[in-house]
Every structure is written in structure tokens, then in C-alpha cells.
Design a protein around this ligand. Structure first.
Ligand code: IPM
Ligand code: MG
Length: 401
């Protein structure tokens, strides 16, 4: 082909991308308010195992949810639904990030607890399908990725509001290989998409009483898209006079998170997708690594909760899957409970997780047969949850008694 033919082909490809983005913007404009769970007669929680150790650890999380919500499950107010088929084998067979029947099942739920799913990359034995995570965020329009990080001893109490459907991810699988010499990817920022995530972050900063918000971009270089994101933040900030806000560039922000003198001043962050992806891994490291972090993916109609560690296929191959540590997916289950209005249960679960995993440690998991199984760990948690003095016990541990 000649140069002008490559250009023509690329233009056509680009035109189609624009059409899709305009359609997405229309959808966002037509969006309603956040669903009100308290008004539902029946709330459906979907449990998706995923790949590798996923089915093992989500099974333990399911037990904990069923334990904590036993009365409402019996009364029919809560329904727990297992959803199979979001495995790499099935996705590869159907050549789809999320097979249609699985997506149909997901859409019948209000909230979802999801185990880790394998993301194929170039060179893997799998077809290069889009990440199931990324696809689910797009399909269910889960635009707010909320990731808390806490290290109380160091005064760290951060909550990240990562934009979850746009930026470098929106067209991450739709770049243009113009010819052998030229590859182009896109980053997408829309007014609607930025507005809703920034507003959600301001709302949270206000509602939580933290009253402090940091907007992170690279608007000095990525002028058009990040520039728009920052402009919208400035506009929204006017409606939140009680929230003190500032803006940082992603490079210096990354550095400031390790500055012991400054980092406890930051409280709530809002940032475009890729910066949020990177910064939240860095942040989680202070708390003990990405394996310890839970993550909420929230949209107006659906919400999905997950652990942010991988599927550890090697543990399955070596026959050690039952020793995989379920604590971060159980923490994610705690976020789910809080999101649907079970604050009391969620906070008891957080305390039990702290006691069993960080303080008392009567049972320890090592990832192999030298330690406990996930099932034994879940039993330990449920025993602890039954303690009438759970809160006192937790406070004593925290005070170092
Ligand atoms: C995350 C993960 C995903 C992402 C991957 C698995 C596609 O890193 O949830 O942060 O990049 O968003
Ligand atoms: Mg990530």
C-alpha cells in the first residue's frame, strides 16, 4: 500500500472510534441518578469466581457474606447468585472479553463480587482479547474506581477516585497500527465522563468530612485531555467551598507519596484512569502491597468489588490453590456490604480482618501447606465475628495493649 492509502485507512478507523465515543456521550447524558438500594424489595449479589485462585478465594468470601447477611437472605431480601463462565478458557473459546451469556447474568445483579481474571497479553497462548476487568467497567459503566489505603500508624488515610472508563483505557484495544512503522494509541476525555467522577470525589470529600481533595493530572504536557479534566475540576470546586482542593502533576505526586513529611496531608484524590492505575499500586504498597487492597468499581446502576491481586495460576498448577489467602477479596466483600447499606456488618468485618490478619494471628496463611487453608481462615474470621466484644478487642489491639 502507498502512504496515502494507509492514511485513508487510518482515517476511517478513527472516524469509527469517534462515532462510538459520541454514542457513549449520549448514553452518559441520558444517565439517571445512583440506584437507591434501600428502595429495592430484593437485592441480588452476584459472585464471579474468575480464574486461577479466584474461585477458591471468592468461595470463602461468599461464606462470609452469607454468614453476615443470614437473616436477610432467609427473608428473601438478599439473593446470592453464582455466575460461572468468566474464565480465560471460556473467554478465549468465544473470543470475547465477557461472553454474552455471562454479561446477561451480570446485568441481572445489582452488585457483584469478582475474583481475579487473567488478562492476556501479547505472547500468551490466549487470543489477545480485552481484559475482562476493563470490559466489565465499560459494559456496566462502572466509572468510579474507589481505592482506599490506610496505614494508621503513619497517619496515612487516603481514598483514590480513579476514573475507570476513559483515558488511555477507553480505546486501549483500538489503537491504529497505521503501517509497520507507525503505531498510534488514543486517550479519551469527555466532559460528561470527567464531570461525574470529579463530582463523586468532591461529594465524598464533603460527606466524609475529610474536606480535602487533590486533583492529579499532567495538564502541563497532555494539554487537551488532562487540561479539560483540570478545568472541570476548577468549575466543580466552586460548588464545594468547604472542600479545600489543590492540583498536582502525576510525576511529583508519585514522589510526594513517599515524602514522610507531606504524605499524611493528602486525603482524597481524583485522577484520570492510567495515573490512577499506577498511583494506587504505589499507594497500596505502603499498606502491605496490592494483595492487601480492595477495590470498588461503582456506576449509577451497578457496582463491582474486587481484590486487586492477580489470579496466581501457578498456585493452581502446583496444587496449592486451597492455601491462597482470601483476605483481600473478603475486604472487597466488606466494601460491597458497606455500599449496599450494611455499615454495621461491614465495620465488624473490617475489625475481624484486622484482628485475624494483623494482630492476633492465631492462624497464619503462608500460601502452602505450612500454613492454614483459605477455608480455615474463613472459619477463624467467622469465630471472631461472633465475639460480642469484638469492638473492644479490636480497640485494645489498636492501642497496642
Ligand atoms: C487494576 C488492574 C487492571 C487495570 C488490569 C488487570 C487491566 O491493574 O485493576 O488496577 O489496569 O485497571
Ligand atoms: Mg492496576
Amino acid at each position: 500500500m502507498k502512504e496515502k492509502d494507509y492514511i485513508q485507512k487510518a482515517k476511517e478507523h478513527f472516524g469509527k472510534l469517534l462515532e462510538k465515543q459520541f454514542a457513549r456521550i449520549e448514553k452518559m447524558k441520558a444517565e439517571e441518578e445512583f440506584i437507591d438500594y434501600s428502595k429495592l424489595e430484593q437485592l441480588v449479589i452476584g459472585i464471579v469466581g474468575g480464574d486461577g485462585i479466584g474461585p477458591y478465594i471468592t468461595e470463602e468470601a461468599r461464606k462470609i457474606i452469607e454468614f453476615l447477611l443470614a437473616d436477610d437472605i432467609k427473608a428473601g431480601k438478599i439473593v446470592i447468585k453464582n455466575i460461572d463462565g468468566l474464565t480465560i478458557e471460556n473467554r478465549a473459546r468465544q473470543n470475547k472479553a465477557i461472553p454474552d451469556d455471562v454479561l446477561g447474568e451480570l446485568k441481572k445483579c445489582h452488585v457483584i463480587l469478582k475474583g481475579p481474571t487473567t488478562t492476556p497479553r501479547a505472547g500468551d497462548p490466549w487470543p489477545n482479547i480485552e481484559s475482562a476487568n476493563v470490559a466489565m467497567r465499560k459494559e456496566l459503566d462502572l466509572f468510579a474506581n474507589v481505592r482506599p489505603v490506610q496505614v494508621p500508624e503513619e497517619g496515612i488515610d487516603w481514598v483514590f477516585y480513579r476514573e475507570n472508563t476513559e483515558g488511555a483505557y477507553a480505546l486501549g484495544s483500538d489503537g491504529i497500527m497505521v503501517n509497520d512503522d507507525l503505531a498510534i494509541d488514543f486517550t479519551v476525555t469527555t466532559y460528561e465522563g470527567s464531570y461525574r467522577i470529579i463530582k463523586a470525589a468532591f461529594d465524598y470529600a464533603r460527606k466524609s468530612g475529610k474536606n480535602k481533595l487533590t486533583v492529579v493530572t499532567k495538564a502541563n504536557v497532555v494539554k487537551t485531555t488532562d487540561g479539560l479534566f483540570l478545568d472541570i475540576a476548577k468549575e466543580i470546586a466552586k460548588d464545594y467551598p468547604e472542600v479545600e482542593w489543590d492540583d498536582w502533576y502525576i510525576d511529583i505526586m508519585t514522589a510526594k507519596l513517599i515524602d514522610e513529611k507531606r504524605r499524611q496531608d493528602f486525603k482524597v484524590f481524583v485522577l484520570p484512569n492510567l495515573y490512577g492505575d499506577i498511583l494506587t499500586d504505589e499507594a497500596a504498597e505502603f499498606q502491605g502491597g496490592v494483595g492487601t487492597a480492595g477495590s470498588a468499581n461503582i456506576g449509577k446502576s451497578y457496582a463491582m468489588f474486587e481484590a486487586i491481586h492477580g489470579s496466581a495460576p501457578r498456585m493452581v498448577q502446583e496444587g496449592r490453590a486451597q492455601y491462597a489467602d482470601p483476605s483481600s477479596i473478603i475486604r472487597a466483600a466488606g466494601m460491597l456490604l458497606e455500599h449496599i447499606g450494611y455499615q454495621e456488618e461491614a465495620s465488624r468485618l473490617q475489625m475481624a480482618l484486622d484482628i485475624c490478619g494483623n494482630y492476633e494471628k492465631k492462624i497464619v496463611m503462608t500460601g502452602r501447606d505450612t500454613g492454614a487453608t483459605g477455608g480455615e481462615y474463613a472459619e477463624y474470621l467467622m469465630d471472631t465475628l461472633q465475639d460480642k466484644n469484638l469492638k473492644e478487642r479490636w480497640e485494645d489491639y489498636r492501642a497496642g495493649k
